[in-house]
Write a protein that binds this ligand. Structure first.
Ligand code: HEC
Ligand code: HEC
Length: 282
């Protein structure tokens, strides 16, 4: 009996060792993936200098949600706290701007690689890669118009569930997403819808590169917009209230902080584009 117990004890000890090693191994592997650095692509860009550039940049920053994650004064903020998955702070962009060149900032924004070469996670560079050079220059002028404020923010913390997601390929870094999605174009549905297609770039972050939906955010295919008449669509975009008076999570938030900045003509062009796209994909 004693011997049996000893064997059982040994079995348990080796099981614990195996589990411990596997956990450590998985942690190390996910850490390597998270910390991976990328070669710095050559970027040539300078912040726009005309007086109107800052105003144009502000509009782009609002529409693309820069303040949602980086704070009202770009001081940075904790914007997502969902342990054991992830705790994410948007870095302080006023410090980044003081320490980095225009090319460094642009590389972070449109390529997802930080000034020190580290891979950005959660920062939606795969969507911002669609900004034109002129738009990026305006955005830089706007970021540089802020005085240095606030503290340095902590780096992203990835919890055990987040690490499993990284290992299983459910979560990708910004450059990895860009590699997958960079070549995907928003569907072309005729020259008369190019203005609306242009506005639809601001939906890519959550609804995917062809607006086919993103499962991870539970954001649907935007064919759903075809079931909206213009008045209801305008209400959703301006107030965040969806058809039938519903609150729709992230979408309601994005409408309130971002899409109120669209003009009536832009909302209509977007609606027309989404309806034409729905006719094509459905
Ligand atoms: C969904 C949240 C989110 C949005 C929206 C977002 N960012 Fe970020 N951004 C982040 C996070 C998180 C990081 C840091 C990621 C890391 O280090 O892994 C980051 C990093 C950056 C960096 C690098 C900062 C540094 O300290 O080197 C810049 C520059 C930047 N973002 C600019 C922007 C701009 C401009 C916009 C709007 C066009 C924007 N971000 C929108 C989350 C976001
Ligand atoms: C920050 C993320 C985010 C962005 C950016 C975003 N959406 Fe959404 N959207 C969502 C999510 C998540 C849902 C699903 C919400 C739910 O059902 O609770 C959604 C749902 C919708 C719906 C369906 C609402 C319903 O009736 O259930 C429409 C229409 C929509 N989005 C349009 C847009 C358009 C147009 C844009 C670009 C201008 C856009 N969204 C940008 C996250 C986003």
């Amino acid at each position: 009996m004693k011997r049996l117990l000893r064997w059982a004890g040994l079995g348990l000890a080796s099981l614990v060792t195996v589990v411990l090693c596997a956990t450590l191994g998985a942690f190390a592997a996910s850490e390597l993936m998270i910390r991976r650095s990328y070669p710095k692509a050559q970027v040539r860009i300078v912040a726009a200098a005309e007086p109107q550039a800052v105003a144009r940049g502000r509009r782009l920053a609002v529409l693309n949600g820069c303040h949602d994650c980086h704070g009202e004064a770009f001081e940075g903020r904790l914007f997502h706290d969902e342990m054991p998955l992830l705790r994410a702070w948007g870095p302080n962009l006023t410090l980044a701007a003081a320490e980095q060149t225009d090319a460094d900032l642009d590389r972070a924004i449109r390529k997802g690689v930080a000034a020190d070469g580290h891979t950005l996670w959660v920062m939606p560079s795969e969507a911002f890669a669609r900004l034109t050079d002129a738009e990026a220059a305006d955005l830089l002028a706007y970021i540089r118009s802020f005085p240095v404020t606030g503290e340095r923010q902590p780096r992203l913390q990835v919890g055990p569930m987040g690490r499993v997601g990284v290992l299983l390929g459910k979560f990708d870094s910004a450059p990895a997403m860009l590699k997958k999605e960079g070549a995907v174009q928003l569907p072309f549905v005729g020259p008369e819808h190019e203005a609306g297609r242009d506005v639809a770039r601001t939906c890519i972050e959550c609804h995917g590169p062809a607006l086919e939906g993103r499962e991870i955010l539970k954001a649907p295919d935007l064919a759903i917009a075809a079931s909206y008449d213009l008045a209801d669509f305008e209400t959703l975009m301006r107030t965040g209230v969806a058809a039938g008076g519903r609150e729709v999570g992230l979408m309601s938030g994005a409408s309130r902080t971002r899409f109120h900045a669209l003009s009536a003509a832009e909302v209509k062009a977007l609606h027309d584009y989404l309806r034409a796209r729905a006719d094509k994909v459905l």
